[in-house]
Ligand binder design. Structure first.
Ligand SMILES: Cc1ncc(COP(=O)(O)O)c(C=O)c1O
Length: 519
């Protein structure tokens, strides 16, 4: 047992070539303290609050025989102990507010504090989904105005605001496609998904009951148009692409794809989670897209990761807009109205496929996203995508001689740079490099995704990183790439300076222990 109340394991740091250092009596490392579980530090004798004694006059059978027979076994802590416990835990979290978060496909960018301020205004933060419409005109105005912006930025005439995440938006889009096909009595069975699409795309199509058929990629990392055109036919409900795709490349043949699928009576779904690379420059509606979700929690700078709420509004083409889900916000006679039922007269949603969520969407995400859009303006958003793409290409070009970059010859990348483990010494992998990146003070990049690249490393810096931050990251990655090529054995056991050494990730994933038990 450690001498230290906070629970830092005395065996850390261990002695090896990179982790050698003096042991401390407490096991702590400078002012960085580790924390044991609350059950391990609390005791049933302590209590942080004074509760009134049970009322002796209260009827004994108030709980109908369900009174607790034994103590609940909750850990007791005084208030300062509780405060320290959670503060120590919070210091062990890595966050975008601490440093670069290069997770490809996640667009982990700075969330401006202005957004937070607006979202915390009581009129938005405390709004109740069942409040009478006359009392929440401001909140409805926000939902409506954000929807108008999304339509303008994408060049699409319809929008559904209620989907709660990107994958939920995909579901929304495919349900609208199915409703449109049903309306013309044309049920179809197949959704085509290229290998360069995001993993949620085939999962969503399968969840909707479609048979998913894969379309391969060419050597340059884009959809194989010959294979696609050969397969498109009258049984295909939709083609679901991700653009920019998961290899970080723009699908240049998107016009051709749209023409081919439309000619066969199907629809083009575009995963727009990577909109950050093209926002303000390209309107997917002009490319022939019929439905596209937008991850507000990525492009429009609302916090995500760690299980926070997301928001995945979907924009629709003319052909699909009538089938969009309810509720919808409509402006008429100078007032905002919530259309909740298909039967509500004169609202243009008579063919809606129904309701996707209990209420109207994520109000906090809406206010943050609208604050972000209004503070940037259309020109500012175009600069966002320009800078995001510039930063990713800076990383790609600075590291192309250090790490294998499989699609470097396919032209500039979009907002993320893709590398592989090709050239590492025998037995060294992407995982080793990612773990060593933790020692260098960086959250690892996305690993082993996309699946089409062996040992993939997908790096998305976003536009909010300075050149100094990018240079530091590039220096760290270049040094680790060299060590991986040379086969430095210390890489195999990284991280060495983190509170925990390398964990058994398979065990953690397959047999997670999520409930504390006294062993
Ligand atoms: C390209 C792409 N599509 C879809 C999704 C799914 O979005 P969500 O995690 O909000 O469901 C993501 C998630 O990051 C993504 O990167």
């Amino acid at each position: 047992m450690s001498l230290n109340q906070s629970g830092w394991r005395p065996e850390a740091p261990v002695g090896d070539s990179r982790g050698q250092g003096a042991q401390t009596a407490t096991g702590n490392r400078a002012l960085m303290l580790e924390e044991r579980l609350i059950f391990e530090i609390g005791s049933s004798e302590s209590c942080g609050v004074d509760l009134p004694a049970p009322d002796p006059a209260a009827p004994p059978a108030r709980l109908g025989g369900l009174e607790r027979a034994a103590p609940a076994g909750l850990p007791g802590l005084s208030e300062p102990e509780a405060v320290r416990h959670y503060t120590r835990l919070s210091r062990q979290n890595y966050a975008i507010d601490l440093g670069l978060f290069p997770l490809g496909s996640c667009t982990m960018k700075h969330n401006p504090r202005l957004n937070e301020k607006v979202a915390r205004m009581p009129g938005f933060a405390d709004v109740h989904p069942l409040a009478p419409q006359g009392a929440i005109q401001g909140a409805l105005a926000v939902i409506h105005e954000l929807g108008e912006w999304l339509k303008a930025l994408t060049g699409m005439p319809g929008v559904a605001m209620s989907p709660k995440a990107g994958a939920h938006g995909e579901l929304c889009g495919l349900l609208a496609i199915r409703a449109a096909l049903d309306a013309r009595d044309d049920p179809r069975e197949v959704v085509l998904v290229p290998t360069s699409a995001h993993g949620t795309n085939p999962a969503t199509a399968a969840f909707c009951g479609y048979r998913v058929e894969e379309i391969g990629a060419t050597a340059d990392g884009r959809v194989d148009m010959t294979a696609l055109e050969a397969r498109i036919g009258p049984d295909v409900a939709a083609l679901m692409i991700t653009n920019p795709n998961t290899c970080g490349l723009f699908e240049r043949d998107i016009h051709r794809m749209a023409e081919a699928i439309h000619a066969a009576g199907g629809f083009l779904y575009c995963d727009g989670a990577n909109f950050n690379a093209i926002v303000g420059r390209v309107r997917p509606g002009d490319l022939g897209v019929d439905a596209m979700h937008i991850n507000l929690h990525k492009t429009f700078s609302t916090p995500h990761g760690g299980g926070g709420p997301g928001s995945g509004p979907v924009v629709f083409s003319e052909a699909l807009a009538p089938f969009a889900p309810l509720p919808a916000v409509r402006l008429a006679d100078g007032r905002f109205h919530l259309v909740e039922e298909e039967t509500q007269a004169d609202h243009g949603h008579g063919q809606s496929f129904g309701r996707l969520a209990a209420f109207h969407g994520q109000m906090g995400m809406f206010t943050r996203a609208l604050a972000y859009i209004l503070s940037h303006g259309a020109d500012g958003l175009a600069q966002v995508s320009g800078d995001a793409v510039l930063n990713a290409n800076y990383i790609l070009r600075c590291l192309e001689r250090e790490l294998d970059a499989p699609f470097v010859a396919s032209g500039p990348c979009m907002h993320e740079a893709l590398f592989s483990d090709k050239g590492f010494a025998e037995g060294f992998s992407t995982l080793d490099l990612a773990k060593a990146l933790i020692d260098e003070g960086f959250h690892p990049m996305t690993m082993y995704f996309p699946l089409v690249v062996h040992g993939a490393m997908l790096v998305e810096p976003t536009e909010t990183e300075s050149k100094a931050a990018l240079d530091q990251f590039i220096t760290a990655l270049a040094s680790l790439a060299r060590r991986a090529r040379e086969g430095d054995p210390a890489l195999k056991s990284a991280p060495h300076f983190a509170p925990r050494r390398r964990l058994d990730e398979t065990l953690a994933a397959r047999k997670p222990r999520l409930v504390w038990s006294e062993e």
